[in-house]
Design a protein around this ligand. Structure first.
Ligand code: NAP
Length: 292
């Protein structure tokens, strides 16, 4: 049996970062504009600390302005909202990202609603979700946008393909489905109440799994020759007592059936921060009236 091509997300992300870096240099030279990203972290969540550090480093490496605001866990929501407002008004900042999860005494919806849609580089505001759903230019959630870049390159012409997205979160499943729909795929969104999920998945030329359940999607759920995008990031125990990362797809089984598949780690994950940089550049251009 032939084996699937492994989609090298690290290589795609490196290429995207190169393109962003070149565009930043052009914006500086031709327009005197340095795109700026502000990331806000509340509390000490260890995984969030790693993500935030990485975002800051990659922003600087692309030649952009980077600010990281670290606030203690006991920060009040009013204090956080006033920082977001200040960043909304700061002309040196074109992207504002609050790292989630925030502490329990804060409302994620209230915080998202406070971010200026023009600087909402995570694509989470109702305005950007609505613009995406209406086919208008939007800032689109980074991970689905990164998945689309991979799919466009691997599949080529997406028109008329049957796509199944497992998961319907605002961050991942819904924008992913909207992007596939905008690319003229025939899209099904599956979720925890979907009946006979394996049969639904077997319809898919393109299968995107964004669930958060380790190795849930088995080889016999996949149509032979399908392209599989595994968004899941799950930690499972190893024999030596340590843990390892796996996706939502049983990679070993799936790669014997699919024509191409993203590994975990090294597939979708690296695309997310690269897309965040790209979104910040897009936001900077739009805020300054420079054509996309
Ligand atoms: P989420 O908000 O928890 O949403 C999970 C979705 O999966 C929900 O829509 C849920 O359905 C559905 N689901 C749960 N159990 C299911 C089942 N047994 N069968 C079918 N559907 C099921 O998670 P998320 O934020 O979208 O993230 C999903 C995964 O992607 C996680 O592993 C996350 O870590 C990963 N992720 C990775 C990146 C990255 O690589 N950069 C970025 C974002 C997310 P209901 O709506 O019915 O509950």
């Amino acid at each position: 049996m032939s084996q699937a091509g492994i989609i090298d997300g690290k290589a795609y992300a490196a290429k995207l970062r190169e393109d962003v870096t070149a565009e930043v240099a052009r914006l500086k030279a031709e327009h005197g504009l340095t795109p700026g990203l502000a990331v806000v972290l509340v509390g000490e969540d260890p995984a969030s600390q790693v993500y935030v550090r990485s975002k800051g480093e990659q922003t600087l490496a692309a030649g952009m302005h980077s600010e990281t605001h670290r606030l203690p866990a006991e920060t009040t929501q009013a204090e956080l909202l006033s920082l977001v407002e200040r960043l909304n008004d700061d002309p040196a900042i074109h992207g504002v990202l609050v790292q989630f999860p925030v502490p329990d005494h804060m409302s994620q919806n209230t915080i998202v609603a406070a971010i200026s849609p023009d600087k909402d580089v995570d694509g989470l505001t109702v305005t950007n979700a609505g613009r995406l759903a209406s086919g208008l230019p939007a800032l689109t959630a980074c991970t689905p946008a990164g998945c689309m870049l991979l799919l466009k390159d691997v599949v080529g012409d997406l028109r008329g393909k049957r796509a199944v997205v497992i998961g319907r979160s605002n961050l991942m499943g819904k924008p992913m489905a909207q992007l596939l729909l905008a690319a003229d795929c025939t899209v099904t969104i599956a979720h925890s109440r979907t009946q006979d999920l394996p049969a639904v998945c077997r319809e898919a030329d393109i299968l995107v799994a964004a669930v958060g359940r380790p190795q849930m999607v088995k080889g016999d759920w996949i149509k032979p020759g399908a392209v599989v995008i595994d968004v899941g990031v799950n930690r499972i125990p190893k024999d030596d007592g340590k843990t390892r990362l796996v996706g939502d797809v049983d990679f070993e089984e799936a790669k014997a059936v699919a024509s191409a598949i993203t590994p975990v780690p090294g597939g979708v994950g690296p695309m997310t921060i690269a897309m965040l940089l790209a979104n910040t550049v897009t936001a900077a251009k739009r805020l300054n009236g420079i054509a996309d």
